[in-house]
Design a protein around this ligand. Structure first.
Ligand SMILES: O=P(O)(O)OC[C@@H](O)[C@@H](O)c1c[nH]c2ccccc12
Length: 264
């Protein structure tokens, strides 16, 4: 990790402070088993992304973002999620972090409104957050390589998997892709947005595609996707799925925009 303080560092510091006020204590495996027995099984993100016409779409519900500002602040998650699914979304990502005006309420609302897998989009640095995500109805979580030292990334990946969650593991370059796979990631995301400058470079998604084997892994292109031309380039490069948010949330008709993006 770089020594310069970045936007990611700021969010992680806020997250640590938040977690300290929660003091979850240690949950025993017995307690966890009891908890899991009460919860519905997770929906299969891998299965949703693996089949059908590529790239599959993970459509994101995001009210605002530090990089883009307000997108659709008073949006109704149930309505937007239904539009996404009708337009062909394979899965839905929901921001739950407060820097994005996200919440677990949004996650629960979306989970109840659709039958596709729902990804909890947050800055996860602890087991307690993973338990919470599972309890709130997440089918999958995001783990960010740049936010976690290798042993922690592996531990959280294993822990989430034990709870039945699938992980989208996010990298920004070839080194991080390697770390993701070393931690056991099968669904690898390449985030085209630079976390320091917020600049987006879709070429990075294409550049690092060869670093992830086509068999046994899925490769997800994340962030900055704007139009059909972008999607066509990513499709030609062999990207399995795209994660797209801002352009949909800003659109007058998010469903129509998604359908246009992923049309064959
Ligand atoms: O809104 P965009 O540019 O279409 O990007 C979606 C998604 O990739 C982005 O929200 C994202 C990717 N990784 C993250 C980590 C945390 C918060 C947000 C993100």
């Amino acid at each position: 990790m770089s020594s310069e303080a970045t936007y990611l560092d700021d969010i992680l510091a806020a997250k640590r402070a938040e977690l300290e006020t929660v003091r979850p204590g240690n949950t025993s495996w017995q307690q966890l088993d009891a908890l899991l027995a009460e919860l519905p099984p997770c929906r299969d993100l891998w299965g949703a992304l693996a089949g059908g016409h590529k790239p599959r779409a993970i459509a994101e519900f995001k009210r605002r973002s530090p990089s883009e500002g307000p997108l659709r602040e008073s949006a109704d998650p149930k309505h937007i999620a239904s539009l996404y699914v009708a337009a062909g979304a394979a899965a839905i990502s929901v921001l739950t972090d407060r820097h994005f005006d996200g919440s677990f309420e949004d996650l629960r609302t979306v989970r109840a409104a659709v039958s596709v897998p729902v990804l909890c989009k947050d800055f996860i640095i602890s087991r307690s957050q993973i338990i919470r995500a599972r309890q709130e109805g997440a089918d999958a979580i995001l783990l960010i390589v740049a936010a976690l030292e290798p042993p922690m990334l592996r531990d959280l990946h294993n822990f989430a998997t034990d709870l039945g969650l699938q992980c989208l593991v996010e990298a920004h370059d070839d080194h991080e892709v390697e770390r993701a796979m070393a931690a056991g990631a099968k669904i690898v995301g390449l985030n085209s947005r630079n976390l320091q400058t917020f600049e987006v470079d879709l070429d990075n998604i294409i550049r690092y595609r060869p670093d992830v084997p086509r068999e046994g892994f899925l490769y997800v292109g994340e962030s900055g996707i704007q139009d059909r031309k972008d999607v066509r380039r990513l499709r030609a490069a062999g990207v399995d799925a795209i994660l797209v948010g801002s352009v949909l949330m800003r659109s007058e008709d998010p469903g129509a925009k998604l359908a246009e993006l992923i049309a064959p």
